[in-house]
Design a protein around this ligand. Sequence first.
Ligand SMILES: [Zn+2]
Length: 83
Amino acid sequence: MNKVERSLPCPLCGGVLVEKDVQKLLRGGLHTAVLQVKAEVCLQCGDRLYSEETVQRFKDIRAKLKNQQTEEFTPLGRSFQVG
Ligand SMILES: [Zn+2]
């Protein structure tokens, strides 16, 4: 039994975690990016756990948003501030 990651319970409530495709919203500077990633989602409290690789990807994308390096991203629409 080398693979222990599958059997880890939710760190918040001890519930069961299942791998799901989730949508993640990232903000950097004035920009927002939406991406589809895999996450371990708790069936009980809905908490999401991301792999280290995914967390690193979030950081990279946030940094790019902040630095206006958005050429490689597909524009989805504009964001508006209301009020
Ligand atoms: Zn939980």
